[in-house]
Design a protein around this ligand. Structure first.
Ligand code: UDP
Length: 239
């Protein structure tokens, strides 16, 4: 057992933060929160606080990044120094480079980039407070910001992780579970087609556990999708 590791993660069917195994943390999403961005989103998901800003399609600099057949989608995932317990050193690091790429790949599966050749679409994802699951929160917020910018896309992309603690598969790990848990499976889906846009796995799961984890995460994505739509409906009206 590691230092600080709780002895049990599930007591009388409840997790340490009081949730059931298949229960998400509370989620709040607001679209259009920044005046100077073309599209934006503020998202709170449990203890995660994320701001996403989208600019574009706009002139691309440096020019050599221009693509003749499509827009260049550039994503910048960044954690604020005050977002975690031990101050995060400002500036890029391996993790933020990797997460920027993971988020970009996920969003590329829905944004109609071919409509805007030679331009840039820039998406900034600022993690103001982190409590595990920030890549899922970032993808969720970024896709609302892109929609808010009016950039055509196939679908919004919701994202949600599942994982394993105390030998049990649960959805949406919070930081204590993520730190000491046995596995973490971030997922993003394209809801209308059911396609998987992101699937990663950290840790070990049997095939059965993996299938259970994937199902739970996909179910979580569907709940997140409803919140994304509500946020856009609230901003733009409609039923
Ligand atoms: N974390 C941290 N300091 C760091 C990076 C991460 O405290 O420099 C915490 C933070 O709460 C984050 C969690 O570890 O949400 C899990 O990070 P991971 O790399 O698994 O990505 P995430 O789950 O946020 O997508």
């Amino acid at each position: 057992m590691k230092v600080g590791e709780p002895e049990e993660f599930i007591i009388d069917g409840k997790r340490l933060d009081g949730r059931a195994p298949d229960e998400l943390r509370p989620i709040k999403i607001e679209a259009g929160v920044l005046e100077r961005a073309d599209g934006s989103c503020y998202l709170e998901w449990g203890g995660n606080k994320v701001l996403a800003a989208c600019y574009g399609p706009r002139e691309i600099h440096p020019k050599h990044e221009a693509r003749s057949d499509r827009a260049a989608l550039r994503t910048y995932y960044r954690m604020a120094p005050f977002s975690v317990n031990d101050r995060k050193r400002p500036g890029p690091d391996r993790r933020s480079v990797e997460l920027s790429k993971v988020i970009r790949n996920t969003l590329e599966s829905v944004v109609f980039l071919h409509l805007f050749p030679m331009t840039a679409i820039d998406v900034y994802i600022e993690i103001l407070q982190a409590q595990a699951g920030t890549r899922c929160a970032g993808i969720t917020a970024a896709s609302v910001a892109i929609a808010d910018a009016g950039i055509p896309m196939k679908e919004l992309i919701p994202s949600c992780a599942s994982g394993k603690i105390d030998g049990k598969v649960v959805v949406d790990l919070f930081d204590t579970e993520d730190n000491y848990g046995e596995a973490d499976v971030p997922v993003a889906i394209i809801p209308r087609t059911g396609e998987i846009a992101l699937l990663q796995m950290d840790g070990n799961l049997t095939q059965e556990e993996f299938e259970e984890a994937l199902n739970l995460a996909v179910k979580g994505c569907k709940d997140v999708y409803e919140k994304q739509k509500e946020a856009l409906m609230k901003r733009y009206g409609g039923e």
